[in-house]
Design a protein around this ligand. Structure first.
Ligand code: FAD
Length: 480
């Protein structure tokens, strides 16, 4: 008997629910990855994001090859590819891990229907989260729209153990003979290769993810609570890509974090708990998207669907390029553009600035993040954007507007982060680092940072725009 294991956003061999389920059957295995044209050709997906994803696929292919197998790469509509593959191999079972985006759910339903009608047994498994949408409901059997009560229930529920690493993988005997494509690269889709030594396949693979987790658990997690908001320290886990592409399993992360918690003392306990809370946010947003699939396109709170955004093209271009004249926002955008990742505090500041200072629709910012972020996840991205724009599930009222100067001073007090991504501000005295436009002319010259020449003059006045944002939100509320 033969089982197909379809890899999607679970690009690993360790602790993999669908692979484990297939192994339990005693069948020989056909591991397959299917290239989705939409994703690879879309100009909505940037080069860094695509590179990272392909690198994770290549790393899985290498790991399978080391285990004596092969990752079959095919191109096309999953229904046709899987149906054809089942015929070619005589496979009578298909296993994959569930994904909760509206697109994935529709695709998987089509696959389920087609393969079942062909006589193939189809099993989908829980793998992406510890608690799936629908597992945690209110007393009225409705999904939670507020995080804190959701978190309380999440914490009380028992968790599955990680699946053991397979001692050997019984591969389909004609696996090497099957027709397959090379693992894609940027060049496959006519894109230019990325420069810079950080763009290596190894950095995005399963081994790198496991090492990153180990390093974090042996170090930064102990002081996560006090340092997680300081982008200059780089003290968060940086596991978001691994959790998005599934080069790391959430079960493994959770159980290793629990082990760290059991050994923690004093302040370390609340730090590790704070980290766990972030993992719960991840699952909270998965269930928000599952129950409210419209939230990737529309405001969760209908009253804010009608905000009369200004949507200035020029201001949007300046925000994207990191040229707004507000150092913390600009450095954040440079970090995104250069590395494909942005610190969480900065994602909130940049998103607040776009929506409340530049009065640009959160959907435009969300799409820009989706293009640039290697860790882009529809649930977390729309959740984060709607939180920042005050249109989402959480009690972040529309009148709470981040001040980019005080946020900079509080979370980058010595300007280390800003100077790293905006070297032109390197010699600006600390008292001006988050408001360089206040530098007297002679100080600007001494610091070789002349406003309007070396660094942009602020593109808007925060105090004025704040008032305008408040009135636009109030008007939308009144109209509703
Ligand atoms: P850590 O602080 O180490 O957190 C550990 C893990 O918890 C993260 O890897 C992530 O999987 C999860 N997590 C942390 N914070 C959140 C959160 N607020 N919501 C959901 N999950 C969270 N995260 C993404 O993974 N993909 C996105 O596309 C994304 N877009 C965002 C957009 C905006 C506007 C905002 C405000 C936040 C967004 N986030 C997104 C959440 C968060 O910023 C990132 O998960 C985090 O910065 C990743 O860095 P880390 O792995 O070092 O996080």
């Amino acid at each position: 008997m033969t089982s197909i294991v379809w890899f999607r956003r679970d690009l690993r061999l360790h602790d993999h629910a669908a692979l484990h389920a297939a192994m339990q059957t005693g069948d020989s295995i056909v591991p397959v990855f299917i290239l989705d044209d939409w994703f690879c050709r879309s100009d909505k997906v940037g080069d860094k994001r695509l590179f990272a994803y392909f690198a994770a696929v290549e790393s899985l292919a290498n790991n399978l090859a080391h285990a004596g197998g092969r990752l079959l790469v095919r191109h096309g509509d999953p229904v046709q590819v899987l149906s054809q593959l089942a015929q070619e191999t005589g496979a009578d079972k298909l296993f994959f891990n569930r994904d909760y985006t509206p697109y994935a759910r529709k695709r998987d339903e089509r696959v389920h229907e087609a393969l079942t009608s062909q006589g193939v047994f189809v099993q989908s498994c829980k793998d992406l989260v510890l608690h799936e949408p629908g597992e945690i409901l209110t007393k009225q059997r409705t999904p939670y729209a507020v995080f804190t009560p959701y978190r309380r229930v999440w914490q009380t529920l028992p968790k599955e153990q990680p699946y053991p690493f397979p001692e050997s993988l019984p591969m389909f005997e004609r696996l090497q003979e099957l027709q397959g494509e090379a693992v894609p690269t940027l060049a496959t889709f006519g894109r230019k290769t990325l420069d810079g030594e950080e763009w290596t396949v190894a950095r995005f693979g399963e081994r790198a993810a496991r090492e990153r987790l180990k390093q974090f658990l042996n170090g930064d997690i102990q002081r996560y609570k006090e340092r997680r908001d300081l982008p200059g320290l780089d003290a968060t886990s940086r596991l978001s890509f691994a959790l998005k592409a599934g080069t790391l399993s959430i079960r493994t992360v959770y159980h290793l974090v629990q082990e760290a918690l059991a050994e923690a003392r004093g302040e370390e306990v609340s730090s590790i708990e704070a980290f766990l809370t972030e993992l719960i946010w991840r699952e909270f947003y998965q269930q928000v998207l599952f129950f409210h699939p419209h939230t990737t396109e529309h405001a969760f709170l209908p009253q804010f669907e009608e905000v009369a955004w200004e949507n200035s093209h020029d201001l949007f271009t300046r925000w994207c390029a990191g040229e707004t004249g507000y150092p913390i926002v600009d450095a954040a955008m440079k970090q995104l553009n250069e590395t494909g990742w942005m610190h969480n505090r900065l994602r909130m500041i940049a998103a607040s600035f776009l929506t409340k200072d530049l009065l640009i629709d959160w959907r435009k910012g969300m799409a820009y993040f989706a293009k640039q972020l290697i860790d882009c996840d529809d649930a977390a991205n729309s959740g984060g954007w709607q939180w920042s724009a005050s249109t989402g599930t959480d009690p972040q009222p529309y009148f709470r507007i981040f001040n980019p100067i005080s946020q900079g001073a509080k979370f980058d007090p010595d300007g280390v982060f800003v100077k790293k991504y905006l070297p032109v501000l390197r010699d600006v005295p600390l008292q001006y680092i988050h408001k360089p436009w206040e530098m007297p002319k002679e100080v600007q010259e001494q610091a070789t940072c002349v406003m309007g020449l070396d660094y942009p003059i602020p593109c808007v006045d925060h105090a004025e725009r704040r008032k305008l944002a408040l009135s636009l939100f109030q008007e939308a509320k009144d109209r509703h």
